[in-house]
Design a protein around this ligand. Structure first.
Ligand SMILES: Nc1nc2c(ncn2[C@@H]2O[C@H](COP(=O)(O)OP(=O)(O)O)[C@@H](O)[C@H]2O)c(=O)[nH]1
Ligand SMILES: [Mg+2]
Length: 316
């Protein structure tokens, strides 16, 4: 129950709720506008389905959810609150199995985490936030700047390493990322570092090169430790809505994605896409980003998320 307690103690629900303002207007706001006391006939269910699609929950999930509501309340008069409550509970039950923080295993020395995603999705920021969290828990953390293509990317990771108090392994701009990762693994193994986080490039413009590079990094990691990377995380920007689905598909071709982090849930109008992702890929959602600050990363909390999206209170 540690997550549950932190959730209350840190005021995370209020933060997430504020962040999801725009997404809530699209989903809960639209339901309220359409359904204050209305008979739930076929037309009303069609409108509900359209709202859920607009809210980025995905076509298939929108159809399932409106059918579900129909099966419970067809041809009866319902209020918008009832619909929001039923939806919230149903979506929570879908999201609960995929809400899973990264499980560190002390025997993995280091526990290797490969972080992938397109440029701008929030990889480096998320790495900084995760590193900070684990540093505060007393873990030794090292970062590898394997996005060697842009000099600025290395500088940015250095800033995060300093902020979070962990070490960084970097090379010259243009250095071979896989070689750098190889050295980092040897070093952190010798130093008994607990966690090694690999920041990678995300130039989707040149998809083949990017994928080759990721595959090569994984091959090199496996040469040293066949069980690693222990986690391969895809960072997705929640403001791009349904495009996140394509990104998962693209990255899955190159690496074995083991979990997701959704960033920018503060200010995204398309937060509902978490539901579409859950249905399509069933990948664990490890955490969500709710701001640019070092502490703005929360474990994914299905109830908090659903209540926020549907305009209910955490106690409801
Ligand atoms: N509002 C908000 N901004 C974020 C979040 N995560 C990252 N960013 C911002 O998104 C931009 C790109 O992030 P960065 O970590 O450099 O992405 P990368 O190219 O994938 O490494 C930066 O301006 C970050 O401050 C988040 O959860 N919320
Ligand atoms: Mg970066």
């Amino acid at each position: 129950m540690a997550v549950e307690e932190s959730y209350k103690k840190n005021n995370w629900f209020q933060q997430l709720k504020a962040g999801l303002d725009k997404s809530r207007t699209r989903v809960a706001g639209a339901i309220t506008d359409t359904f204050s006391k209305r008979k739930l006939d076929q037309g009303a269910l069609g409108e509900l389905e359209a709202i859920l699609i607009q809210g980025d929950l995905g076509v298939s999930m929108a159809s399932k959810l409106s059918n579900f509501i129909g099966s419970m309340r067809f041809d009866t008069e319902v209020s918008d609150v009832e619909i929001r409550r039923i939806l919230s509970e149903e979506i929570e039950s879908i999201l609960t199995p995929i809400a899973r923080p990264i499980q560190l295993k002390p025997a993995n020395c280091p526990h290797v985490i490969l972080v992938c995603g397109v440029n701008g999705s929030g990889k480096t920021t998320t790495i900084g936030k995760l590193a900070f969290k684990w540093r505060t828990e007393g873990k030794a953390v090292a970062l590898v700047a394997a996005d060697t293509f842009r000099a600025a990317a290395v500088d940015q990771l250095e800033i995060w390493a300093e902020r979070s108090g962990c070490s960084i392994i970097s090379g010259k701009p243009g250095a071979d990322p896989a070689g750098l990762v190889f050295n980092a693994l040897e070093k952190t193994h010798a130093d008994k570092t607990d966690i090694l986080i690999v920041d990678t490039a995300g130039r989707l413009q040149n998809r083949k090169d990017l994928m080759d590079e990721l595959e090569k990094i994984v091959r090199v990691i496996k040469k040293i430790n066949p069980d690693a990377p222990h986690d391969t995380i895809l960072v997705l920007d929640a403001t791009i809505g349904q495009n996140t689905i394509n990104q998962v598909e693209i990255f899955k071709e190159a690496v074995n994605i083991s979990g997701l982090v959704l960033t920018k849930l503060d200010g995204s109008a398309k937060g509902g896409v978490v539901v579409a992702l859950a249905e399509k890929f069933k990948l664990p959602v490890h955490a969500v980003g709710i701001g640019e600050g070092i502490e703005d990363l929360q474990p994914f909390h299905p109830r908090g998320f659903c209540q926020s999206l549907l305009g209910l209170d955490i106690g409801d």
